[in-house]
Design a protein around this ligand. Sequence first.
Ligand code: URA
Length: 414
Amino acid sequence: MNQHAEALVIGEAPGEQEEKHGRPFVGPSGSEFDRSLRAAGKHRGKVSLTNAILCRPPENDLKKFLDVQRRSAKLLGTKAKSPVECCKPRLDREIAKFDNLIPLGKTAYRSVTSTSSSILSVRGSELTIKFVPDGKIKQVMPSLHPSFVMRQRRWSHVFRNDITKAFRIFEGRGGWVEPGVVYNPEPAELAKFLSDTSKIYTYDIETDGIECLTANIRCIAIGDEQNVMVVGFRSNCTGRHIPGLFVDWYDTPLESIAMLGVLTDFFGNPEIIKAGHNSGYYDRTVIRQRLGCDVKPNIDTMIAHRSVESELPHSLGYVASLYTDAPSWKTDREGNKLALGGENDEELHLYCARDVVITARVMPPLADQVALRDQTSVYRMDMKMQEICMDMHIAGMYVDQTERLKREKQLFRM
Ligand code: URA
């Protein structure tokens, strides 16, 4: 173990070559990892390598082995320890020597954090954990397993980006700056903040449901790369009309109506460009239903991302992991625009505020990519299609997305 290393890199289990040589990452996965290290301007001397499990699983297939083990334990009515659990005390002893960890793949990530998240939903965003055995804080940058990257080449640049970012953050060179957030501003304060017609404002809303025609708003955040204002609504509010909704947060009905005026002036102002992630359909419809104005002109950064990397996820979490150094924050990496429900209002307002600054921060590099790849007309066409789908939905011709996906799979035999 290289104790002068800047980070401990944790893989899954030894493969054929690793078993032969008795060292981790000496086979093809190791070569792939080396390429990512080179891209980060590093070499093996800068890391220490280990695995979540030290034995090679039969047929190199850990998942199959764990399934068989689970099934036989069930049949026998026993509870066998998994190889990951058996190896955990040894792994913990290794982890204890490092402040910075790079778990590669699901097995390593779960072993380090004792969570069951999917690696695709957490990779590329730094998180800090309290290491249970000694209570010390560790910086963790999860990424993909190199063997996955070798099978799915569209993820290669993502993997290299993650590793480069890991060292940038570990060395204190990360570019994340906490935004300034104002919660429940006075109507006049918000109006002043929204008065700059020369810039693009980003926005996000959180709701209490997933059906945009009927969902109530829990909060609206509007901002730019540095600052956000969050207008909160009581989450237990059942009222349908806005002045009623505001009364809980704003002292008087008059103040609530003033706030409604500020919001509708902003969203309905054709002179101000608004942008949001996945905003062109969901947010726009909710605002139309609840505030009674159409958000125009509107840029949807999710649609922009579709035209840049059509074959990869489009959620804000994914886009942010590529273009910003934002630490892990609670976001829906699947790209669904739904209220998460479980959070209290304060937590939800913070997530919403973060979504807004992050959208503002991904917008310039995303716009560069759209232009570089000559995708402006594709973006415009997709925006138009999105508007047609939104209008169909409002008119009652709702596209059942689960059914659509099923048909699409049949059609393309996926
Ligand atoms: N895959 C791993 O997870 N670890 C190795 O050491 C080699 C391949």
